[in-house]
Design a binder for this molecule. Structure first.
Ligand SMILES: [Zn+2]
Length: 94
């Protein structure tokens, strides 16, 4: 059950990111819901990295990309950054 909720959330996040990028919301909703982490990562990586948000790993302090799910140096699992989660208003509308 919790897994379904996570899938739904990733699907919504994928749809919102797709809308921002101007690609198919429905397609990316499906991809992100079916492949929660990989699908959304694929969508995020789809864009240019030049203005990629970054953040610091809480485990080792390494600067990693904001969309990284795992620290490449110490393997700490990173929570998904707020920037890529749908704004509350647009989730309720959708
Ligand atoms: Zn780390």
């Amino acid at each position: 059950m919790i897994y379904l909720v996570i899938c739904l959330w990733f699907g919504i996040a994928g749809a919102v990111v797709a809308r921002i990028k101007g690609t198919s919301m429905f397609l990316w909703f499906l991809i992100s819901a079916i492949l929660p982490v990989a699908g959304l990562l694929a969508l995020v990586l789809y864009r240019s990295e030049r203005d990629e948000p970054r953040r610091q790993c809480p485990g080792c302090g390494k600067i990693v990309k904001a969309h990284d799910a795992l620290c490449m140096r110490c393997g700490t699992e990173l929570e998904f950054p707020d920037e890529l989660i749908a704004p509350e208003a647009s989730v309720r509308r959708g």
